[in-house]
Design a protein around this ligand. Structure first.
Ligand code: DSN
Length: 478
């Protein structure tokens, strides 16, 4: 055992002992979560495993600080150390992504998108209205002018990828506040290929003339041409916003470059920090200088007080992502996703778009007579953790769905490689091909118990060969 092993084991074991003195059931649940994560074969495309340094950066007294405002301009006293970590996180983000400005306070992807939407409204609707009225801020507007500005703010359009094509709820859909802020229109994918058809997006943008054109996805297994999206946005006078929550790690690791890197092309880029970027659970906004003053007002405009302990962890994660080994990781994530897709295709699985060129794969399980909900549950019985997802033109809607979304960021962090991911493809098909709906239920199913047992055992061997957090040994803890 090296001294690093001793240090990290000691840190986590001591933390659990301290927690157990107050509420042992919480300490036990935290310990059990490590055991469960170690034992499961996780294919959830939006999850990962943050490093011990990232995890430890969150468990401290930064949690006790209020820090509304931005570094150097706080509404609370004694924020000098929060300023240090927020500045560090923003600096790492700017350097890593080549962005003009970074705002690291959002607590999640939804929050980051809300900051982006309000910033775009503020920059492109409110500010021109103030200039036209000849006043410096909204407080100086007459009641009649303010009523006009509010109507203008509420009268804007957003164009984003449809949900069943892989778009995200926060891109203007009604169950999310964005769908109540904007009149939403969407673009889909080509029914024959499943790919984004940029000519069709242009056509749609010409019809809709949106204030905001959104590019980005949570279930599209291909790259997006952001240079093409920029051209479309420019043609119709839209602001281009990219939600790179899913693929931020691939941008950071220089797998997505040139036309496929959103940062040089978009006005505003949002992301989470915990998916392929492998940081703490949180969000972030990158933007051009034009939007920076508006983005920096995210708290208190739409965000609650910043979480300084999470900003500290973001700084650590972004520092990690600037290391050369993170680029190797990002390359491997994509190589593993290709191997997984190839393994599935060899066994005759039907994949949306026929494959992948990012970190995720979308399997259409209607080919096995299953809903996504049945497939997800049967795979879980066999020790394979996935999540159901709509496919384009999904007849089963967003709850039952017809798809299973798979991703490789987590398994790649564990160290699995192409041959193992190809075998995971085999295991997935073994289970799906031996699962049947129970009657006409969209929920109940029957899975061949022998197959599920065999797959579970093999899945355990595969992850057992790549221990999760090998540097953390909690055995013998009090
Ligand atoms: N929940 C995330 C995902 O799974 O893709 C996106 O919000």
């Amino acid at each position: 055992m090296t001294s690093t092993v001793n240090r990290e084991s000691t840190a986590f074991a001591s933390a659990l002992d301290v927690i157990a003195q107050v509420e042992p059931r919480v300490a036990a649940a935290i310990g059990q979560e490590l055991t469960d994560q170690r034992e499961s074969l996780k294919l959830i495309a939006s999850e990962n495993y943050a490093s011990p340094a990232v995890l430890l950066a969150m468990g401290n007294w930064f949690s006790d600080k209020y820090a509304e405002g931005t570094p150097g301009r706080r509404f609370y006293a004694a924020c000098q150390n929060v300023d240090t970590v927020e500045r560090l996180a923003a600096e790492h983000a700017r350097e890593l992504f080549g962005a003009q400005h970074a705002y690291v306070q959002p607590h999640s992807g939804i929050d980051a998108n809300l900051v982006a939407f309000w910033s775009i409204l503020a920059a492109r609707v409110e500010t021109p209205a103030l200039a036209a009225a000849g006043v410096p801020n909204v407080d100086a507007l007459s009641d009649a002018d303010w009523a006009r500005v509010r109507r203008a703010l509420g009268d804007q359009r957003m164009l984003g990828m449809s949900l069943d094509a892989g778009g995200h709820l926060t891109h203007g859909f009604r169950p999310n506040i964005s769908g109540k802020m904007f009149e939403q229109s969407s673009y889909g994918t080509d029914p024959a290929t499943g790919l984004v058809d940029y000519a069709a997006v242009r056509e749609r943008a010409r019809e809709v003339r949106p204030l905001v054109l959104v590019a980005g996805y949570s279930a599209y297994p291909r790259r997006i041409d952001f240079a093409a999206m920029r051209e479309i946005a420019d043609e119709v006078g839209a602001t281009l916003m990219v939600d790179m929550a899913h693929f931020a790690g691939l941008v950071a690791g220089r797998v997505l470059t040139g036309d496929f890197d959103p940062v040089p092309h978009a006005d505003v880029v949002t992301t989470t920090t915990h998916k392929s970027l492998r940081g703490p659970r949180g969000g972030m906004v990158l933007c051009t200088d034009e939007f920076a003053p508006f983005v920096d007002r995210g708290c208190p405009m739409v965000l609650g007080g910043p979480l300084p302990h999470v900003m500290a962890a973001k700084a650590v994660a972004l520092a990690e992502a600037r290391r050369p080994e993170f680029a190797d990781y990002a390359q491997q994530v994509v190589a593993n996703a290709r191997a997984l897709a190839d393994g599935l295709l060899r066994r005759g699985a039907r994949l949306v778009t026929g494959g992948t060129d990012n970190h995720l794969v979308l399997v259409d399980v209607s080919a096995y007579g299953l809903t996504g909900r049945q497939a997800e549950a049967a795979l879980l019985d066999a020790g394979l953790v996935t999540n159901r997802n709509s496919v384009p033109a999904d007849p089963n809607g967003p709850w039952y769905t017809s798809g299973i979304r798979l991703g490789t960021p987590a398994l790649t962090t564990r160290g699995l490689r192409e041959a193992e991911l190809a075998e995971v493809g085999d295991l997935l098909v073994d289970v799906l091909a031996h699962t049947r709906p129970d009657g006409d239920s969209q929920v109940r199913y029957r899975v061949d118990a022998g197959v599920a047992e065999r797959v579970r055992a093999r899945a355990a061997e595969l992850v057992g060969a790549h221990p999760l957090y090998p540097e953390i040994d909690l055995t013998g803890r009090g």
